[in-house]
Unconditional design. Structure first.
Length: 424
């Protein structure tokens, strides 16, 4: 139980942090101010500011996020009548705006009359005890201490998301899923190296199990099986299928050993039964392994393509068969699957991480508002129109997409709870 929880937290956090780092890196390269890069969720427990970004660790060790200036509710809104505390330098320019309730010895309390932290960079207000309003200029790199104590930098309009070139914004949006794809491919390649190679889909024999029907029949590793009961086979898949349909029935294998003349070997597969009660034959031979570097590297890309196309096929099939909540899995399903893969060992857990990473990348590319794919779609529309969509319309579309996404998450999570806890 404890091991499953720790593994789930680590896997989930790696997926999200790698995803968000993609957005973070390309936003920085595009000149977009990233106000915060957070590891975890909830209340802040640690923070450090560097190069305009506040790096925080938050109390719930699940996931993370980046706050890009100009996206969502990132702009600091100083409304008339709002009491704040400001710190100024020797030139009487504002260096810090404190919205928290903490006491600041050198801060000046002021009641806001007007403020602009994006274009003209000023704060106008009244200091308690004074009847005349005062106006302060605000430095471009001034910071704001938010109510929870997080210190972030203000964002003049030229460093906000919408000010970056269109292609840079598209790349920033695509970078999250791209990082998930890279992670998945890299992990699958690492798995191939750790296990010494990848399964080769030819009809050669791999490792022979001690005491198995194959060993008793005199079969050896790297023997090539060219036919089963006279029917030609040239792939591992075909060989396995030919053996499995003959439990406890003698089969004749046409075998070539070390390039010598073809010979016939008779072997009787053991009878096995799987968890569903299906009966099949087994002779105790592992699949052949391709140990070349090219095979190990290409394995990562092959697995990526297999998983990505399978997910897209599933999604497109729903246009014909209709939506089915059983086809999706939320955090509950991921936790349940984590419990299984942990019991299979480290390589299985790594494989699960790679699969989820590619899955997350593909799903995030769906053209749904609030997902990265939805943002990219809006970028494409902007490119076609030659101008961005009105902020109000874009906000409405994003809000609708977010609402639908939230509803889907609720439905999927409820379905997972019923499936894994109540067996329905």
């Amino acid at each position: 139980m404890f091991q499953t929880i720790i593994t789930f937290i680590i896997v989930f956090s790696i997926l999200v942090i790698i995803h968000e780092f993609g957005h973070f890196y390309f936003a920085k390269k595009s000149g977009i101010l990233v106000r915060e890069f957070a590891i975890g969720m909830g209340p802040k427990v640690f923070s450090h500011r560097k190069n305009g970004t506040t790096y925080t660790v938050r109390i719930l060790p699940i996931g993370g996020y980046v706050r890009m200036a100009g996206l969502g509710d990132e702009n600091v809104d100083l409304k008339p009548g709002m009491p704040v505390k400001i710190s100024v330098d020797d030139e009487q320019m504002v260096t810090q705006i404190d919205l928290s309730n903490k006491q600041q010895i050198h801060a000046v309390p002021i009641e806001i009359l007007a403020a602009d932290l994006e274009d003209k960079l000023f704060i106008k207000g009244i200091i308690p005890g004074s009847a005349d309003p005062v106006t302060y200029k605000v430095k471009r790199d001034a910071t704001v201490i938010e109510q929870d104590g997080t210190e972030v930098q203000i964002a003049p309009i030229d460093v906000q998301y919408q000010s970056a070139p269109l292609l840079n914004r598209m790349m920033t949006n695509f970078a999250g899923p791209m990082n998930n794809f890279i992670l998945g491919i890299a992990v699958f390649i690492a798995i191939a190296f750790m296990q010494g190679g990848v399964m080769a889909n030819d009809s050669r024999l791999g490792e022979i199990q001690s005491g198995s029907p194959a060993e008793q029949a005199g079969l050896q590793r790297d023997d090539e099986i060219v036919a089963v009961n006279g029917k030609a086979v040239d792939t591992w898949t075909a060989l396995v299928e030919a053996i499995q349909v003959n439990p406890e029935k003698a089969v004749t294998l046409s075998v070539i050993t070390d390039g010598q003349a073809e010979r016939e070997v008779v072997v009787t597969p053991d009878k096995k039964t799987d968890a569903k009660g299906n009966v099949y034959g087994l002779i105790g031979v592992a699949a052949p392994m391709d140990t070349s570097i090219s095979a190990k590297v290409s394995y990562g890309f092959q697995q990526f393509w297999l998983i990505a196309t399978s997910i897209f096929s599933l999604i497109f099939s729903m246009f014909r068969t209709g939506f089915k909540a059983d086809a999706f899995g939320g955090p509950v399903a991921i936790y349940a699957a984590t419990e299984q893969v942990v019991s299979y060992g480290f390589l299985s857990t790594l494989s699960f991480l790679a699969y989820l990473s590619i899955n997350l990348g593909v799903v995030n590319l769906l053209p749904i508002p609030a997902l990265d794919g939805g943002k990219i779609l809006l970028n494409i529309i902007e490119g076609v129109r030659g101008k961005p969509m009105e902020p109000e319309k874009e906000g409405i579309i994003t809000a609708i997409g977010f609402g639908l996404l939230l509803l889907l998450m609720v439905l999927v999570t409820w379905n997972d709870i019923q499936r894994f806890f109540f067996g329905q």
